[in-house]
Design a protein around this ligand. Structure first.
Ligand code: NAD
Length: 476
């Protein structure tokens, strides 16, 4: 069985000590396709020492030179995007067209940080006395420990790497063990573009062991994690104990509010497209569809038509629109959510039963009349289930939308400017997208409130997270 050379430490690739390995599967067939070398604590020590040296060198490189290296990396990622996309699909399952968007789009994220890093201005504060200069400098925070998940192996990781490197930080990234190869190729592009040894290090391992080891280390000054709320809470607590700055991008349970004044067919088609993208395994995926009484039935019918029309199959087949889920845990979890919702009184309008055969497939599923005590209404489903519920007044739906501890993304559709403004103001959410899907561009902040996270990735906020502030007061 092929062992993937998975660790990049101090500019050298290796498969680790071969003491421990993880299995990598093709989710479309369930077949074991490779083994992944996992980092030992000795590997992590080497990565920490390399990141420390890398930081001391990289912070002295001018923002202008760093930007040139990052732009080269962006070009290489775009040139190699077909190969990177094929690896995303092979190990994570999403349809090839979605994987291509993810791989090609990574270049955009790198370009954005390359540009923004050159504009990391400080400021000058007028002094109280003549002859005093007061300057605020932004300095790179130091070596970063970053943890990225399997659902977007490239686009989750690239924001952390590009943000850290643009600011002048070094980074040790732990990629997702279930879909490692596209992360490896992403890091290879940075390396080939001229990122010096030790500045970018990539490891895979037993997640809890690696995060515990790195966050406790004196070398690490900043932690960035994308994943579930419980893990984020644990890593945030550890980072707090060691006073490490922290960015957490966690789960969501996005409301999708449809008012009775919209083009129902168009909104239902858009909603189904968003819902079933990447099999619903997206933190900003719409999960609770609240539809106003007068258009509820028409919306359900149009939404089910769109869901039923999706061709489910191996993501490597260009005609597939709904790939397998990333792992068997998701298939089991989705079946449990469906069974539980039906047991408490929901109706099944589409799907709801995993098929026979190989691979981790689950069909597009629509539940209607879902009671609030169904688990799927309060736990993040992270799969291809849409729960559709009626509402009458805007006040009622705002209360429902805000009733969960999550607050990542929210979507609302209306032709009324008053309603749109009220929803934008009242929804407790880090991101609100009205009358379209307008999230996740490199130049816009991406992050949640409440349990959905802490801080933002993307936008100038994303770069800010890698700087500290130094105030210099000088006479003469
Ligand atoms: P999980 O909670 O075990 O893992 C989520 C991610 O965190 C994985 O990438 C995992 O490798 C990593 N992880 C787990 N424990 C860790 C630790 N102690 N230190 C560092 N990293 C750690 O669950 P799972 O079954 O892999 O995924 C299911 C849930 O995770 C979903 O329901 C969803 O809520 C969440 N998730 C969210 C995102 C996101 O984009 N915010 C991405 C993937 C998964």
């Amino acid at each position: 069985m092929r062992v993937i050379e998975s660790l990049l430490i101090d500019g050298q690739w290796s498969a680790g000590g071969h003491e421990r390995q993880a299995d990598v599967f093709n989710p479309a067939t369930g077949e074991l396709i490779a083994r992944l070398g996992l980092a030992s604590s000795a590997d992590l020590d080497r990565a920490l020492a390399a990141a420390q040296r890398g930081f001391q060198a990289w912070r002295k490189v001018s923002a202008y030179e760093r930007s040139k290296v990052l732009r080269r990396a962006a070009d290489l990622v775009r040139e190699r995007s077909d190969e990177i996309a094929a690896l995303i699909t092979l190990e994570q399952g999403k349809p090839l067209a979605e994987a291509k968007m993810e791989a090609f789009g990574a270049g955009d994220h790198i370009d954005w940080y390359a540009e923004e890093g050159r504009r990391a201005y400080g400021r000058v504060i007028p002094p109280r006395a003549r002859g005093v200069r007061q300057v605020v400098l932004r300095e790179p925070i130091g070596p970063v420990a970053a943890f990225s998940p399997w659902n977007f192996p490239v686009s989750q990781l690239v924001r952390k790497i590009a943000g850290a490197l643009a600011a002048g930080c070094s980074i040790i990234a732990k990629g997702p063990e279930e879909s490692p190869s596209s992360c490896i190729e992403l890091c290879r592009a940075f390396q080939d573009a001229g990122v010096p040894p030790g500045v970018l290090n990539l490891v895979f391992g037993v997640p809890a062991e690696v995060s515990d080891y790195l966050i406790r280390s004196e070398v690490i000054r900043k932690v960035s994690f994308t994943g579930s709320v419980p893990v984020g809470r644990a890593l945030g607590a550890l980072a707090g104990r060691y006073l490490k700055r922290c960015t957490l991008e966690l789960g969501g349970h996005a409301p999708f509010i449809v008012c009775d004044d919209v083009d129902v067919e168009a909104v239902a088609a858009l909603g189904a497209g968003l819902k079933f993208r990447n099999g619903g395994q997206i933190c900003a995926s719409p999960t609770r569809f609240y539809v106003q009484d007068a258009v509820h039935d028409q919306f359900v019918a149009a939404f089910c038509r769109a869901g039923a029309g999706l061709k489910m199959g191996d993501g490597q087949d260009p005609s597939s629109q709904l790939g397998p889920l990333a792992n068997p845990r998701r298939v089991a979890a989705i079946q449990e959510y469906v069974d539980d919702a039906l047991a408490v009184g929901a109706q099944l309008a589409l799907g709801g039963q995993r098929g026979e055969g190989e691979g981790f497939f689950y069909p597009a599923t629509v539940l209607t009349g879902v009671p609030e005590n169904a688990r799927v209404m309060s736990e993040e489903p992270f799969g291809p289930i849409a729960s559709i519920v009626r509402f009458s007044t805007l006040e009622e739906v705002i209360d429902k939308a805000n009733s969960l501890p999550f607050g990542l993304a929210a979507f609302a559709f209306t032709r009324s400017i008053q309603r749109a403004t009220l929803l934008a103001d009242e929804l407790e959410s880090g991101m609100v997208s009205i009358n379209h899907f307008g999230l996740a561009a490199p130049e816009t902040p991406f992050g949640g409130v409440k349990d959905s996270g802490y801080g933002s990735e993307g936008g100038s906020e994303g770069l800010d997270a890698y700087f500290t502030t130094k105030f210099v007061s000088q006479v003469g």
